[in-house]
Structures are given as C-alpha cells and as structure tokens.
Design a protein around this ligand. Structure first.
Ligand code: NAD
Ligand code: DAU
Length: 367
C-alpha cells in the first residue's frame, strides 16, 4: 500500500488522474488536496468519492501549516503536484496569484516532503530519505517558449517562458530541480503538451468551442488562428505520469506528448463539423437540431498578448527509456470528447454557473 498526495485533484487533469490511479493501483491510497478555486469541481469525482482508498481534503498548497499537518496525518510515499493556476489568459490579466500558487505552493510541498521523508544524512552531509518516496512536478511544454515552423522541444531545450503563467511554471520547475540537486530529494518533472478530454474547464479552447457551438454563440479565434498546439488525450497524460512514478529516474525531466500538432483553426473547424453532424443525428439530449451550425460562427478576435506561435513535443525519451506510448489518436479522442460534452451538458452548465459568465464577458468584450 502506497499513499499518494495528489494536489489539484478536483481540476481537469487532476480529477482524471485520481480516477486513473484508483483504477490502475487498487492497493494505493489517494489523498486529493484541492483549494476548490473556480477551476476545481468535486462534481468531477462523484463516481469515486465513496471509494475506500480515496480521501478528499480541502486546502491551499500555499498554507504551510495545513500541508505540514497533512504530511503528519498521512505519511505520504509520493506527491504528484497538479495544483496550479493554469490559464494563460488569466495570467495576463492577474499574474500575482500565479506566482503565489504555482511557485510558493510548490516550495511548500517540496519543503514538507523533504522534512517528512528525511531519515538522516550521508557521509557528505546530504539528507537521506525513506526508500521509495518520490516528488513529481506536473509541468508544461510552455516553459520552453515558442517554436518557429520547424523543430521540437526536447528535455534539453533551454527554458524560455513567455507568459506570466509559463514563467511561474518554469520558476517552479527550477525550484524542484534545486531540491533534487541541493538536497538530493528524489524528484521528477514532466512537461506535457496541451491536454484535451472529459472535465476540461470551458475557458480553454476545445471545451469553449464545443460549448459555444452547441449554444450557437460566436467562436472567438485569436489572431489568424494558425497557432499550433500539440494535443494529448488527458488519459494518455495520466498514464505518462504513472509510468514516470513507476519507472522514472530521480532527478530527470520527461516530456509527454502525443505527436498531434494542429492549428487552432483546424480544431475549431473539426468541432463545427462534428458537433453539427452529431446534433443533426438527433441522438443527443440537446435542444439544437444542428441546422444552424456552420463556419459562419467563427469570429476572429484580437490576439493574445505574447501569443506563442507553435508548440511541439519530442517524446523520444519517455517512449524509449520508459516504454510509454500514447493510446489515443487525435481523431478518435476528439470525437469521444465531443460526445462526452454533448452527453454531459448538466456538468457544463454547472461549471459555467459560477463566475464563468462574468469572466467570459470581461474577457471577450475587450477583444
Ligand atoms: P485546472 O485549472 O483544471 O485545475 C487546477 C486545480 O488546482 C483546480 O482543481 C484548483 O482548484 C486547484 N488549485 C488551484 N490553486 C490551488 C491551491 N493554491 N491549492 C490547492 N489547489 C489549488 O488545471 P489543469 O488543466 O488540470 O492542469 C493541472 C496541472 O497540469 C497544472 O499544473 C498545469 O500547469 C499542468 N498542465 C496542464 C496542461 C493542460 O493542457 N491543461 C498541460 C500541461 C501541464
Ligand atoms: O501547452 C500546455 C498548456 O496548454 C498548459 O500548460 C496550460 O495550462 C493550458 O491552459 C494550455 O495552454 P494554451 O494557452 O495553449 O491553451 P488554451 O486552451 O487557452 O489555448 C489554446 C490555443 O487556442 C491558444 O493558441 C490560444 C487559442 N485560443 C484560446 C481560446 C480560449 C483561441 O484562439 N480562442 C480562445 O477563445
């Protein structure tokens, strides 16, 4: 039995990961710690909330005494840190919370892991740790900056973040690295490309476009829509992190990507075509027969400041050294994802019922 602290487990990727781990490792106990910000939603977890080896604790990773108590209570073997402010547009409007949560929160988790896992010191004065412990930081390809028309990010690409969000994630990565170097804490870092799949908050491109097409609202494409992202199904991200926990080498960074580069406009067109076709089939419990869905809904709006043009992940290291492979093709994953949203309109309405409308109006009325 291993006890794993998953932070941010009520968010998009974290909630998928909690379920993945409970399913994959019935002998693990998962403790999900989440502050339930606008992006955290316990509705994402209703199917497993009564599992005997699952516990939810509401709290802030920046709150040192809360995290300290948590380590005292649960004697964790592993920490997987998803908790973060995750939206680039929000980081342009209000960077401070990004530095606080993403950098300070990471520091607190590292400190408490180090303090609780230390067993003594070696002959050179370095701390020694309980066997089998691991701190894993969930990072992003955005720490590498932007690519031109060619090339891919490898683990040795220099860190060059462009947005306050990616700067906060890069800063956190460097603090994590320093705990590995200075204190020999067994850390790993994964840097992943854009995720998509169920429970994705509708401020992000794919769920926002699905939600707007269904509601026959305009589809706000930033700039010329030819920015490229490299898409990975969230379940493949979860299996990638689990592979790193099981087989990854302490101190190493692993990129996770699914080799699915797509221009934003291509994605938006795919969503228009698929949602239109699915609604015209009449199979979904939605009051829209699909007849008014067309490319006319696309509206080109002002570009994001400092918008990174292209991301592409080279996943050679994790595939060759750890034997991980993505299981979804984008074509399969996007259809399943659209179907999930069409069948889960109540979830979508529920997550949009908080301050989402106000956020949306503020954000898009300026564009
Ligand atoms: P999300 O915004 O959906 O979820 C973040 C979760 O963290 C929420 O549940 C929120 O309540 C929680 N949280 C925020 N501040 C907290 C705090 N101070 N204490 C405790 N909990 C807090 O984000 P996501 O898209 O699921 O991303 C998860 C992680 O993966 C992030 O670290 C992000 O940087 C990284 N990542 C995301 C993607 C992507 O495409 N979404 C890609 C690569 C890496
Ligand atoms: O690359 C990994 C990153 O992917 C993660 O680290 C971030 O947490 C995650 O939010 C995501 O960042 P992006 O900025 O790439 O995702 P977003 O969904 O916000 O935007 C995807 C692309 O779509 C980007 O080029 C901006 C564009 N876009 C986005 C929105 C919300 C639009 O054109 N219109 C929109 O309304």
């Amino acid at each position: 039995m291993k006890t794993v602290l998953v932070t941010g487990g009520a968010g998009f990727i974290g909630s998928n990961f909690v379920k993945y781990m409970l399913n994959q490792h019935p002998d693990y106990k998962i403790v999900n710690v989440d502050a339930l910000t606008y992006a955290g939603n316990l509705e994402n977890l209703t199917d497993i909330e009564n599992s005997l080896n699952y516990v939810f604790e509401r709290g802030d990773i920046v709150d040192r005494s809360f995290i300290q108590n948590l380590f005292d209570t649960y004697n964790f073997d592993m920490v997987v840190n998803f908790a973060a402010e995750s939206h680039v547009d929000r980081s342009i409007e209000d960077p401070e919370i990004f530095i606080k949560t993403n950098v300070m929160g990471t520091l607190v988790l590292l400190d408490e892991a180090k303090n609780h896992w230390q067993t003594g010191k070696d002959d050179c004065g370095y701390p020694t740790y309980r066997a089998g412990v691991r701190y894993h930081q969930v990072s992003t390809d955005e720490v590498y900056g932007a690519l031109g028309k060619t090339g891919m990010f490898t683990e040795t690409t220099p860190i060059a973040p462009n947005s306050p969000y990616s700067a906060s994630k890069a800063s956190a990565d460097l603090v994590v690295r320093s705990y590995g170097q200075t204190f020999k804490l067994p850390i790993t870092i994964s840097r992943c490309s854009n995720n998509y799949g169920p429970y994705h908050f509708p401020e992000k491109l794919i769920p926002l476009m699905i939600s707007n097409v269904v509601a026959l609202k305009s589809l706000p494409v930033y700039g010329d829509g030819m920015q490229i992202r490299d898409w990975l199904h969230v379940k493949d991200h979860c299996s990638g992190i689990d592979t790193i926990l099981q087989k990854g080498v302490a101190g190493e960074v692993y990129n996770i990507g699914g080799n699915n580069e797509k221009a934003n406009l291509e994605i938006v067109n795919l969503i228009i075509e698929n949602v239109g076709e699915m609604l015209r089939s009449g199979k979904y419990p939605i009051d829209n027969d699909g007849s008014k869905i067309s490319k006319e809904l696309i509206t080109y709006v002002e570009d994001r400041l400092g918008h990174d043009r292209r991301y592409a992940i080279d996943n050679t290291k994790i595939t060759t050294e750890l034997g991980w492979e993505p299981s979804y093709t984008f074509e399969q994953g996007i259809v399943e994802t659209i179907e999930w949203y069409l069948n889960n309109q109540a979830w979508l309405e529920q997550v949009k019922s908080g301050d989402y409308q106000q956020y949306y109006e503020n954000m898009y009325s300026k564009k």
